[in-house]
Design a protein around this ligand. Structure first.
Ligand SMILES: Cc1ncc(C[n+]2csc(CCOP(=O)(O)OP(=O)(O)O)c2C)c(N)n1
Ligand SMILES: [Mg+2]
Length: 274
């Protein structure tokens, strides 16, 4: 388990470079929402979750559900770097017959706890996993990551209501609050704000942090673990496309792959040693 912030920052650079490289190779996929979620997934997978790549289906493992399933590249990178499958396999993203489908499939790839892609469904599955943990008297925790545009799906709020009703304090949801969805500014498409007040009204403990500040992510996870009687949501202020200047805050990079030249520029900007 890595708690050192400098080490986690270095890993986040590696993950960002994986994302850019695999999308360039596949010539399709979703960079913006993968890069905005990188610091969250890096902190969780390397520094927090009780998981074992040698025993990916262990009953007592912590679970993670990528409710915003289109951000599959960031999940694939952390799983590969954590040892669930060979790093070279990242180059097969979205190719015919690959285990690295455009959206994560739990049937193909070890480490994927739930197949997702249809927005709104992942958090519902997480509620079921957390409730099962309570009924089975198990100590595992369930984490899920939602997009801010995903909050426009009403299924999210049914799940939120159920999580509070069943007092699922073993469930922590992250909201990747990057302000953009596929069609642009979330406040123009279908404004989900105020996100914090909505979750509060649905019975959740709410924390608001900078989603690129690894120390803040670690602190919030710890607070959520110690908070009893209610599920916790960590609203993460993020930048879509974080780390690549020409992708940052640009809705057009929601689902567009970089060219080889753009990839070179992005890799140089991200930097890091490996
Ligand atoms: C039920 C459903 N409706 C529509 C889509 C198409 N879709 C894919 S990504 C996306 C936008 C999601 O925006 P957000 O949740 O903010 O993701 P992020 O900004 O983190 O990439 C949409 C509408 C989908 N995957 N599922
Ligand atoms: Mg968004």
């Amino acid at each position: 388990m890595i708690k050192n912030v400098e080490e986690l920052k270095a890993l986040a650079k590696t993950v960002r470079k994986d994302i850019v490289s695999m999308l360039t190779e596949s010539r399709s996929g979703h960079p913006g929402g993968s890069l905005s979620a990188t610091d969250i997934l890096t902190t969780l997978y390397f520094g927090e979750m009780n998981i074992d790549p040698k025993n990916p289906k262990d009953d007592n493992r912590d679970r993670f559900v990528l409710s915003k399933g289109h951000a599959a590249p960031v999940l694939y990178s952390v799983l590969a770097r954590r040892g669930f499958f060979p790093v070279e396999e990242l180059n097969t993203l979205r190719k015919i017959g690959t285990r690295l489908q455009g959206h994560p499939s739990m049937k193909c790839l070890p480490g994927v706890d739930m197949s997702t892609g249809s927005l709104g469904q992942g958090i519902s599955a997480s509620v079921g996993m957390a409730l099962a943990g309570k009924l089975d008297k198990k100590d595992y925790r369930v984490y899920t990551l939602l997009g801010d545009g995903e909050l426009e799906e009403v299924q999210v709020w049914e799940a939120a209501m159920a999580a509070a009703h069943y007092k699922l304090d073993n469930l922590t949801a992250f909201v990747d609050f990057n302000g953009l969805q596929i069609d642009g500014d979330i406040t123009k498409v279908m404004n989900p704000s105020p996100i914090d007040k909505k979750f509060e009204a649905f019975g959740w403990n709410v924390l608001i942090i900078d989603g690129h500040d690894i120390t803040a992510i670690q602190d919030a996870i710890e607070k959520a673990k110690n908070f009893k009687g209610q599920p916790t949501v960590i609203v993460c202020n993020t930048v879509k496309g974080k780390g690549v200047s020409f992708m940052e805050n640009e809705a057009s990079w929601h689902g567009t792959a970089p060219s080889k030249e753009q990839c070179e520029q992005a890799l140089a900007e991200i930097g890091g040693n490996n």
